[in-house]
Design a protein around this ligand. Sequence first.
Ligand code: CDP
Ligand code: MG
Length: 665
Amino acid sequence: MLPSSLYAVCLQEQEQAALSQAEVQKQSIQEVRRSLPVFPYREDLLLAIQQHQILVIEGETGSGKTTQIPQFLMESGYNDGGMKIGCTQPRRVAAMSVAARVAQEVGVKLGNEVGYSIRFEDCTSERTVLKYMTDGMLLREFLTEPDLASYSVVIIDEAHERTLHTDILFGLIKDIARFRPDLKVLVASATLDTERFSCFFDDAPVFRIPGRRFPVDIFYTKAPEADYLEACVVSVLQIHVTQPPGDCLVFLTGQEEIETCCELLQERCRRLGSKISELLVLPIYANLPSDMQAKIFSPTPPGSRKVVVATNIAETSLTIDGIIYVIDPGFCKQKSYNARTGMESLIVTPCSRASANQRAGRAGRVAAGKCFRLYTAWAFKHEMEESTVPEIQRTNLGNVVLLLKSLGINDLIHFDFMDPPPHETLVLALEQLYALGALNHLGELTKLGRRMAELPVDPMLSKMILASEQYKCSEEVLTIAAMLSVNNSIFYRPKDKVVHADNARQNFVVPGGDHMVLLNVYTQVKRIGGYATQWCYENFIQFRSMKRARDVREQLEGLMDRIEVEVCSSGGDIVPIRKVGYFYHTARLSKGGYKTVKHQQTVYVHPNSSLFEEQPRWLIYHELVFTTKEFMRQVFDQSLEPPRLFLETYWNRDKDERSKVQRDP
Ligand code: CDP
Ligand code: MG
């Protein structure tokens, strides 16, 4: 034991050390801030913002647009009088990580003055003046505050990504800016498309932040790669063994690929053992838990090399320092939508040349870099599109149309779109909302539609939730809706344990179909309670997804009051649950597969479904997805009630009957 006086001295020294460490950290943060390309333009930028209501800001990724400009605005009083500065991000991960970074720079606790808001997760408080949020969240804020009166500045960041929600925001914000002259609008983008933004916003001036870029040497392969994943692994190891220090960034298309790549890399490094220096392998994708995400930003220890394996999230929305080498197989996962059949596909396709160039640019931020393209120079020129098609032209618009209708925008054909969606997609969305009873035959919002819009989920799910009240099974349906919205990530199926994983999944199968299986899983996890992590692991259930499902469910339940739905349980009875299904999505067993009732399209039960073997005569599917085949995902057995389907569904020709049935769920 130390004598107490000495003990006190020690404590004091420790405290001082801690203090000076914080001091050092703060200083170095300020140094980093000052070193960013945007810093010398602080005054000019503020002046331009003062002089113009709408300003387009262009700057290379990493120049400090996202983290610094909102701070400049705070420092010059744009948040006076309790006004907020909002900054939208297309991706959840970016909104969270950027908010955390800025809170640290400002020296406040995340969620106080600086916070973020993403769907089903609000990390803001009364005190929040700088709010990072997904573009979808700002869109929803229009419902409660149609003129965004509490904001003094809105920054639409990463505008070049052209997500569906960003595109809709463009139209809405351009409109409100006309009658809110005090509102400042900043459209921030990487060095892409800025002329188009300027043109859309009535020739708003473009403020260019000159970048600091080092040259990047680009290498192509001589012949196409048969297996780009394997080629990535080999390339990383080659770089690691032959190239000077510097971190490496690999672009892949999704979680599964990234996990495989990381596993392969780790395994081969293990085999090579001490023959090579340490290689830190870090994945990054949207669904990765935030503590794991944070790891990619921590500095690489001397003597080792970091390799970050990322989706195109690292293309522009996240900046990782120290990257010298980029490996680009040239693919991305892209959503497309067939407006004739309502089939969504998520297919790995060649990325655009604009994307490829952004990726290469990631190698030249801190020093001269190298980019290894795992495709031929010919493919770059001839097989890649110039730029990516905006999401609005390749997605289902049901959600957005319902939202716009609730904002009183009836004439969607003449909405101010930067690039209008295909006419058929709009028509299909209107038709589906009509079938759900959200719109009447004049295309106007019904009372039901208004209530549906309050719920931040797909219209199909919100209708299901509202309908569940009548059948007294809202407890169950809330759970099912929450599980469906966490999107196919409940069951874990690692490649090396496929048999075990499938057996585990089999244990959850109950009659009725996938919706009932999801309900069963949720109920069991809830019953286990505190020990669920281990239990989930043993049962090949993704604990993280379950946590998210729980959060989603809580939020939805919290909204029930607002839409006046009483929460009650059917005690797990399937009969009432069967009645709230989305009849628009009915399919009938027919030779070798199913036929959708609406479009007579041939579709199949997904092999992961609990009804894959059983193949009941009638099904309701949650979604149609083309991957290797036209699959129905998440299916519900409707064989017991087929005749009712036809009376109640949209394609009943009797109009009066139709509107009567559809209007009161
Ligand atoms: O928005 P833009 O791409 O212009 O740059 P930024 O995201 O504001 O990034 C500026 C700097 O902040 C970069 O050098 C990043 O390294 C750093 N940053 C960070 O350290 N951690 C984050 N979560 C985000 C940015
Ligand atoms: Mg940014």
